[in-house]
Design a protein around this ligand. Structure first.
Ligand SMILES: [Cu+2]
Length: 159
């Protein structure tokens, strides 16, 4: 991916600037090649109306290959913690709960979308502002990671 070099440099700069933050020290800048066959489209992070509240991340995940890819964890750069959420209850709109690992097979699309499955980024850094970008990393069951950039949107923007 063409943005990776610039991003790596930006991440390195922000890691150096943050210095004391133990969480980011654990994630050094490494060249993650991503998972063959996985393709992310329309990635975006929607900030909460109130600063400090969780932000949601949406995207479509396509897979073409002969494995079964199980998404088991996620990380959003600039958030203290990221959970995979879905809605529960009769109309799937009652409450957000942590989602069990989700699988995607050859030819399938796993959609993270408003009102459904989504990433929830907790304690988002004030450095993440609408118009900016951040890096999202998915971890699959094998431990392999897949990273991509998401555009940052304001709460009122079209999702
Ligand atoms: Cu949520």
């Amino acid at each position: 991916m063409h943005f990776r070099q610039g991003l790596a440099a930006a991440l390195l700069a922000s890691t150096l600037a943050l210095g004391a933050c133990g969480e980011t020290a654990e994630a050094p800048v490494e060249e993650v090649e991503g998972i063959a066959g996985l393709e992310v489209s329309n990635p975006r992070m929607v900030l909460a109306p109130v600063a400090g509240n969780p932000a949601a991340v949406y995207f479509d995940l396509d897979y073409a290959g002969d494995r079964i890819v199980t998404v088991s964890a996620a990380f959003v750069d600039g958030a203290e913690m990221t959970m995979i959420h879905e809605y529960t209850g009769e109309n799937y709109n009652n409450a957000m709960v942590e989602a069990p690992p989700k699988t995607v097979k050859n030819g399938e699309t796993l959609s993270f979308e408003p009102g459904g499955l989504h990433l929830m980024a907790m304690n988002v850094s004030p450095d993440l502002q609408p118009g900016g970008k951040t890096e999202v990393t998915l971890t699959i069951a094998t431990g392999d990671k897949h990273s991509f950039e998401a555009e940052i949107l304001a709460a009122g923007d079209e999702r």
